[in-house]
Design a protein around this ligand. Sequence first.
Ligand code: ADP
Ligand code: MG
Length: 325
Amino acid sequence: DTLISQIAAGEVVERPSAVVKELLENAVDAGATQIDIRLENGGIRRIAISDNGCGIPPEQLQLALTRHATSKITSLDDLENVATLGFRGEALASIASVADLTLQSRTAEQPHAWQIRGNDPSRILTPSSGTQGTRVEVNELYANTPARRKFLKSEQTEYGHCAEIVRRIALAQPGIRFTLTHNGKITAQYNANNLPQRCNQILGETFSQSQLPVDLTVGEGKDKLSLNGFIGLPTASRTRGDMQYFYVNGRFVRDRLLTHAVRAAYEDVLHGNRFPVYILYLTLDPSRVDVNVHPAKIEVRFRDSRAIHHFIYQSISRILAQTME
Ligand code: ADP
Ligand code: MG
């Protein structure tokens, strides 16, 4: 692969957890109900993710590894209204340029699976065994770019980042069953559940006992704004600063505007709980938010950020104020 594409790939695939994120999003987009994640050495040696989603037809397997090939949007209009998590069509190609990637898939129509290897210049499909769905195996991340590999942290640190990505996606997809394995041992297992149970599994009992439900909607049609989820009441025990999950249209985001709105409500009503625990899902018309600002897609940009800030601040303040009465 060319140097340019390896540099570009580095921006999308900066560490094993970025690979895990892209592969999990593809599995979610494919409608999977069960996803298995197997990591070795923090994902540096191997990341293998299999799902039971719709699969990729054999005639599209080569295309799936081609940069800017996506089956998810077909026009610029679609870009305004992306409903899927992926849409750039660069993840698999980028990963394949910095690791040894094997893609195996089987649709409902195929009698067996087919597989293709990213670094095989002829890109030949070979028949293989496998049930319906897709399995992506990524071996030896950055083996060919030692400078980049040197920047990876310890195996345990990289594993921690991967596990956090799994938690983020599992919290957005309570109906999907996830199994995470590290070096042959199961480290996390989330059974298909409803949201409160999934929150309980991931955020722990303490949060679940003190949580306040959030379920508010304003406006109608294209102006409709909904905020759902749970916010934690401050407890005697200090809460961790990283138990803050915000989703916009199902996508995990870390956004200053949103964080500020929640924090300001806590500060104004409760006077200084610095690390509120929360899991919030904002839903709005896709045309009101631009998710295309960053390749890692963790930032968003709102068309009417003041209205969004106001809605969140008001919603959280009202719920907190009610419980204080
Ligand atoms: P994007 O997700 O932005 O479309 P990707 O490079 O991540 O781009 O994937 C390229 C294409 O490969 C997708 O558009 C989809 O058609 C197909 N694909 C990738 N992973 C899966 C999967 N797990 N199940 C079904 N199809 C997949
Ligand atoms: Mg994708």
